[in-house]
Design a protein around this ligand. Structure first.
Ligand SMILES: NC(=O)c1ccc[n+]([C@@H]2O[C@H](COP(=O)([O-])OP(=O)(O)OC[C@H]3O[C@@H](n4cnc5c(N)ncnc54)[C@H](O)[C@@H]3O)[C@@H](O)[C@H]2O)c1
Length: 432
C-alpha cells in the first residue's frame, strides 16, 4: 500500500522501550475490560488478567514480578503492598476514585497513579435528564403502583419539561453536558459555580446559589465533595426553592442534608426528588439499604415521587469501555514515553514525542524534591546534547524528563548507572 503524500510527510512518533528491556508484565484485576487487555497486548506487554480482586496478602506474594497493575475499587494497594512491589512502575485505577491506593507512599516509591475521573460524565448527564422527566410526569410512582396492581391514571401535578427552568449547581464536566441536553428538550438553563465559566448554548450563569434556587423548577447538584459543599442544601436552601420544585442529587451523598429534604417533601414544599448518592452506602450488591445504614432510610423510601437509585449515575457499558481506554492509554504513555500527564499523585511532566527519524534516548528520573538535584544530573549530562528537558515537583517527589541526542549504546548504561547513583534518586529509566 502506498502512502498518500500527506500521510508520508507526517512525523510519526517513535515508540520508546526501556533500555533494560525486560519484558514488561502487567497484572489486571477485577475484570478490567478486554479492550484494555487488547490495547496492552498490542504494545507487546505481557498481561495477566483476573476477574477477581486480590487480598493484601495475595498481592504481597504476587506483585513482585509485575511492572504495572490495574485495579478497580475493591483491591487495596497499601504501604505493605508497595514495599513488596520491587519492579512496579505504575498503578492504573480503572475507576473514578483512587482512595483504595496509598497515593503518598506510591509517589515516594516513584510510582505514578492514573485514574479516569471524567469518562462517565455523559452517563450521569443522561440519567439526570431521565430523572427530570420521570419526576415531572410522576411516572416512576405510576409504574410502581402498576407493579402493585393499581391503575391510577392522572394528570394533576404532571408537567412537560419544555419551557421549565433547570438550575445546575456546579458547571463542570457533568453539569455542562447536562446543560446541552436540557436545552435540546426546550428547557431554560441557569447555573452557578465558584468560578466564572463560559456558558454553553443559551445557558446563563447566576451570581449566587440563592438566585438559582429562587428561579429553578428543577435543581440538580454536580459539585465535588469538599468541606464547603457538605450539606450545602439544607433547610434554608430548600426553603429558597420554588414551591413544587424538584431536587436531584447525583453528585456526592453528603452534599444534601437528607432529614431537611424529608421535611421539605413531607410539607409539600418540594414535589419530588431523585437521589443516587448517600452519606453511607452499602459495600456490596444485595446488602440492605435500611435505617441501620442511614437513620432516615425507611422514611425516605416511603415518600411519594422520590426516585432512589443505588449510585448508578456513571454505571454504563460505555463508561466502563471509556474508562478502560483512558486508563490503558495513560499507562501505555507512561511506560513507553514517560508522560505523567493526568496522574493523581505525581508532578505532571511530558515532552513532545521523539520522532522516528531522531536518534536519541529519553531520561525519566524520579527523585526526592530536594535542592541540588538538577545540578548533579546536568553535570552527568553535560558532555551530551540535551535537546529538551522539563521537570516539576509535587510534595516530596520530583520528576525530570530529558531527551538526549547521540548517546552510544555503551554510554546509555553508564548514564543510567551514574544518574541512579545520585543521592536523591528514586527511579531512573532510560527509554530508547
Ligand atoms: N452518581 C454517580 O455515579 C457519579 C458519577 C460521576 C461523578 N459523580 C460526582 O459528580 C460530581 C461532579 O462531577 P464532575 O465530573 O462534573 O466534576 P467537575 O470537577 O468537572 O465539576 C465540578 C464543578 O463544581 C464546581 N464547584 C465546586 N465547588 C462548588 C460550590 N461550592 N458551588 C458551586 N460549584 C462548585 C467546580 O468549580 C466545577 O466546575 C462529583 O461530586 C462526582 O463525584 C457522581
Amino acid at each position: 500500500m502506498s502512502l498518500s503524500p500527506v500521510a508520508s510527510t507526517v512525523r510519526i512518533p517513535k515508540v520508546l522501550h526501556p533500555v533494560d528491556n525486560e519484558h514488561l508484565k502487567l497484572l489486571l484485576l477485577e475484570n478490567i475490560s478486554q479492550g484494555a487487555v487488547k490495547a496492552f497486548e498490542a504494545q507487546g506487554f505481557h498481561v495477566d488478567h483476573s476477574t477477581k480482586a486480590m487480598s493484601e496478602d495475595e498481592l504481597v506474594e504476587k506483585i513482585g514480578s509485575y511492572h504495572a497493575i490495574g485495579i478497580r475499587s475493591k483491591t487495596r494497594i497499601t504501604e505493605r503492598v508497595i514495599k513488596a512491589a520491587t519492579k512496579l512502575l505504575v498503578i492504573g485505577c480503572f475507576c473514578i476514585g483512587t482512595n483504595q491506593v496509598d497515593l503518598i507512599t506510591a509517589a515516594k516509591a516513584g510510582i505514578p497513579v492514573f485514574n479516569s475521573p471524567f469518562s462517565n460524565s455523559r452517563s450521569v448527564a443522561e440519567l439526570v435528564i431521565s430523572e427530570v422527566i420521570a419526576l415531572s410526569r410522576q411516572y416512576f410512582q405510576r409504574a410502581f403502583e402498576m407493579r402493585q396492581g393499581i391503575w391510577n391514571k392522572q394528570s394533576k401535578g404532571c408537567w412537560e419539561v419544555r419551557g421549565k427552568t433547570l438550575g445546575i449547581v456546579g458547571y463542570g464536566h457533568i453539569g455542562s453536558q447536562l446543560s446541552v441536553l436540557a436545552e435540546a428538550l426546550g428547557m431554560r438553563v441557569l447555573f452557578c459555580d465558584v468560578i466564572s465559566i463560559m456558558p454553553l448554548g443559551s445557558a446563563r450563569q447566576v451570581d449566587t446559589m440563592e438566585a438559582l434556587l429562587n428561579e429553578s423548577d428543577f435543581v440538580t447538584l454536580h459539585v465535588p465533595e469538599l468541606p464547603e459543599t457538605m450539606n450545602m442544601i439544607s433547610t434554608e436552601q430548600l426553603s429558597a426553592m420554588k414551591k413544587g420544585a424538584y431536587l436531584l442529587n447525583n453528585a456526592r451523598g453528603k452534599v444534601v442534608d437528607i432529614p431537611a429534604l424529608i421535611e421539605a417533601l413531607q410539607s409539600g414544599h418540594l414535589a419530588g426528588c431523585a437521589i443516587d448518592v448517600y452519606p453511607a452506602e452499602p459495600g456490596s450488591n444485595g446488602a440492605p439499604f435500611d435505617d441501620q445504614l442511614n437513620s432516615w432510610s425507611s422514611t425516605l423510601r416511603s415518600l411519594p415521587n422520590v426516585i432512589l437509585t443505588p449510585h448508578i449515575g456513571g454505571s454504563t457499558e460505555e463508561a466502563q469501555r471509556m474508562i478502560g481506554e483512558e486508563v490503558s492509554a495513560a499507562l501505555t504513555r507512561y511506560l513507553t514515553y514517560g508522560s505523567t500527564v493526568g496522574s493523581v499523585n505525581f508532578p505532571e511532566v511530558d515532552l513532545r514525542p521523539i520522532t522516528a527519524e531522531q536518534q536519541g534516548i529519553r531520561l525519566c528520573h524520579v527523585h526526592n524534591n530536594i535542592p541540588g538535584v538538577l545540578r548533579q544530573v546536568n553535570e552527568i549530562l553535560s558532555p551530551y546534547n540535551v535537546e529538551k528537558q522539563y521537570s516539576d515537583s509535587k510534595g516530596d517527589t520530583a520528576y525530570l524528563m530529558a531527551d538526549i541526542a547521540d548517546v552510544s549504546p555503551t554510554d546509555v548504561n553508564r548514564l543510567r548507572e551514574l544518574i541512579s547513583q545520585t543521592s536523591a534518586n528514586i527511579l531512573t529509566r532510560l527509554l530508547v
